[in-house]
Write a protein that binds this ligand. Structure first.
Ligand code: ZN
Length: 380
């Protein structure tokens, strides 16, 4: 049988194995187009510096008289540590928020401690009940979708909004950078509360999660539209060169690198280096390298060379550690790995609703109520 030909983007290294990708007449992919639109929103140079200072002023003004004027999630990884550093450098008074769901590596724990101490920032840590979190993670592995890491992502997102609301803080600093991290394809990562709850209901054993919240859509709408809590992608406004940031953070806050994108956490390490590539054939290095190509931090040839014929390296010990910690038997895990891959389309989600509401969403984006990426990635 003839194998279907794989088309690779002429600009980055994403290819037609990404289910939701499309290419224009020049062979440039959807995610390069998203990058270009983000470039227009967050242009580099003087204009972006001006925009940033305006935002900083606004945050300071709204936070006057309060203990904190913004909130920043802190995982101990490069992006979140850099956001915290930058916030303090800009004269903001952030509250750092960490979600401990049982998978921190020693490096991330010391990175968090060092950053908060050196920057003189208060840290609020939410600790998940391990049995609850495990139940949610195992449910997602059993769902057969590539979204097995979203319980943590969505929980953090929920905790940031809830804490901002409780503390009367209007700004959440987001550590995402489209220039270095890229935009993960929807078919590789999708999350919303309806999806999360549906998967947990179907495959979980515990009925209700109590130790942390999974923010509902109505609550998110309440926070965004009525409480006017805004997410600011702080590092989109500043120059962000990965290698330089590493040097800066190590000098200023004694930060240490943990090798591998988002490998500050053992579950993420398992998820990105083993589960995604082995079960779905998804290689997250492609999205990160593609982002670096688009932002001219590496060339396309260098990226191809780095990835060609090399499987994502993984550590057998980490895989065993994860299986054991989740309480899975070898038979259970084998079943998970051999099951037919599924996607979020197999479960209830809010995506149809988001797509139906794309015009109101576009307006809300224009009014800076909700982040641009929601429209670009999901609604468009
Ligand atoms: Zn591309």
């Amino acid at each position: 049988m003839e194998q279907a030909k794989v088309q690779t983007c002429t600009r980055c290294i994403l290819d037609s194995t990404v289910a939701d990708i499309w290419f224009d007449e020049k062979g440039v992919c959807k995610y390069c187009h998203i990058h270009d639109e983000m470039e227009k929103i967050f242009p580099e140079g003087e204009e972006s510096q001006k925009k940033l200072l305006k935002i900083v002023e606004e945050i300071k003004k709204k936070g006057k008289g309060k203990k904190y004027d913004c909130i920043a999630g802190l995982s101990g990884g490069r992006d979140s540590t850099f956001v915290l550093f930058k916030a303090v450098e800009l004269g903001l008074r952030p509250l750092a928020v960490h979600f401990d769901y049982g998978w921190n590596s020693d490096i991330s724990v010391s990175n968090i401690k060092n950053a908060c101490e050196k920057l003189n920032v208060d840290l609020h840590t939410v600790v998940a009940d391990w049995e609850e979190f495990k139940d949610l993670q195992v449910a997602f592995l059993k769902s057969g979708t590539p979204d097995a890491d979203i319980p943590a992502d969505y929980a953090i997102y929920s905790i940031l909004y809830n804490t901002a609301y409780k503390e009367g803080i209007k700004y959440i600093l987001n550590g995402h950078s489209f220039r270095t991290e890229g935009t993960s394809p929807i078919s590789w990562t999708y999350m919303d509360s309806r999806y999360l709850k549906a998967v947990h209901k179907k495959f979980g054993k515990i009925k209700k999660i109590k130790s942390f919240s999974i923010m509902s859509l109505s609550k998110l709408i309440y926070y965004m539209f009525f409480k006017r809590i805004r997410e600011i992608r702080l590092i989109e406004y500043v120059e962000y060169i990965k290698d330089d940031v590493d040097v800066l953070l190590s000098e200023k806050v004694n930060w240490k690198y943990y090798s591998g994108h988002h490998h500050e956490n053992n579950y993420t390490k398992f998820f990105q280096s083993f589960y995604l590539p082995q079960h779905f054939g998804f290689d997250k290095r492609k999205t990160e390298l593609s982002a670096l190509i688009r932002s001219k931090q590496i060339t396309r040839d260098e990226a191809i060379k780095e990835i060609q014929n090399t499987e994502y390296p993984y550590d057998e010990k980490v895989v065993d550690y994860v299986i054991n910690k989740l309480g899975l038997t070898e038979v259970d895990f084998d079943k998970i790995m051999k099951a037919k891959p599924k996607s979020f389309n197999d479960y209830p989600t809010y995506l149809p609703l988001i797509r139906a509401l794309k015009f109101p969403i576009k307006i809300a984006v224009k009014l800076h109520i909700i982040p641009h990426i929601l429209y670009l990635k999901y609604a468009k």
